[in-house]
Design a protein around this ligand. Structure first.
Ligand SMILES: Cc1cc2nc3c(=O)[nH]c(=O)nc-3n(C[C@H](O)[C@H](O)[C@H](O)COP(=O)(O)OP(=O)(O)OC[C@H]3O[C@@H](n4cnc5c(N)ncnc54)[C@H](O)[C@@H]3O)c2cc1C
Length: 267
């Protein structure tokens, strides 16, 4: 990456104004991923002087500032208390402490990376995003938006639910990108199933969710059927890490394990 000019924002408004002056301007957070790109950035807008590095609890939610490093999320008791620590588990498996001290939750969300181990649990936890201009939107709405984001992410809001969760990352080595990741969450009998690194970006498994959420209780046969629906309806692909068939097989096995674990935990 080549950066021609650099601007240290003194407010969210200032960051937004400088960002939207040109399509060649970009927000720089941890810089971990931007640094690896071949892009030329005419002006990098640095958010590091803004008070966006925090994990706060409100009555109904845990709020995470967009500039919060991933390691702070791993260490947060507030985050650990949500959905049986699903997000904590997912983030703790990303590289090592030194990288996690550098890279941010905001960059991890806005990047919409196909390999992301962050978006998968966040979708299952029904995360909301607060942008400077757009205001609050759901992560699902954000994922549906096409093209580059010309807005500044302020924070991620995680609703406090009494539910439980399951997260699985499958990778060749502990430091490698996911071959596949999968999250299942349940709250008040309402299930969410998300598959990521397929290898494309994380997605909700709508057909399987409709099926399990239409049941009063979930039998082992229902769990089998839901896992089959995931394989039949989610688009899997191949890349140098794994074939489409292997990913489907993993999704089948871990959907079953995840659903059984959260079902048994809730009851
Ligand atoms: C070597 C390496 C290995 C990795 N391995 C994994 C892995 O196994 N699993 C995984 O999930 N992730 C992995 N990651 C990705 C990492 O976890 C981060 O998601 C990534 O580095 C982006 O975070 P950042 O803070 O570095 O963002 P940056 O690189 O600074 O920015 C990323 C993008 O987000 C935009 N952006 C950042 N913050 C904001 C904001 N507040 N508002 C608007 N736009 C914003 C930037 O303009 C840019 O387009 C890896 C990264 C590296 C460098």
């Amino acid at each position: 990456m080549k950066i021609s000019n650099y601007h240290k924002a003194n407010s969210l408004q200032d960051a937004y104004e400088v960002l939207t002056e040109s399509r060649n301007h970009a927000i720089i957070a941890g810089g971990g991923w931007l640094k690896l790109s071949s892009r030329t950035v005419e002006k990098a807008v640095d958010l590091s002087d803004l008070p966006l590095d925090y994990v706060n609890e409100t009555e109904n939610a845990v709020e995470i500032g967009s500039m919060t490093p991933l390691q702070k999320i791993v260490e947060s008791e507030s985050v650990k208390s949500l959905c049986k620590g699903m997000l904590t588990q997912a983030v703790a498996q990303i590289m090592g402490v030194s990288l996690r001290n550098l890279v941010t939750i905001g960059g991890s969300v806005v990047g919409k990376f196909g390999f992301s181990d962050v978006l998968t649990p966040l979708l299952a936890m029904e995360a909301k995003l607060v942008f400077y201009k757009q205001g609050e939107i759901t992560l699902t709405e954000f994922m549906a938006q096409r093209g580059r984001t010309d807005d500044v992410l302020e924070k991620i809001v995680l609703p406090k639910t009494k539910g439980t969760g399951y997260f699985k990352k499958v990778a060749k080595t502990p430091l490698d990108f996911s071959i596949l990741n999968l999250a299942v969450a349940v709250s008040d009998g309402h299930y969410k199933i998300v598959v990521g690194s397929r290898p494309s970006v994380a997605t909700l498994c709508e057909e399987a969710m409709d099926y399990v959420n239409g049941k009063k209780t979930l039998s082992d046969d229902d769990v089998e059927k839901a896992a089959t629906l995931v394989c039949e309806n989610v688009k899997f692909g191949q890349n140098p890490r794994a074939s489409e068939e292997y990913r489907k097989e993993l999704a089948y096995v871990y959907t079953k394990r995840g659903l059984k674990e959260v079902r048994d935990c809730e009851s």
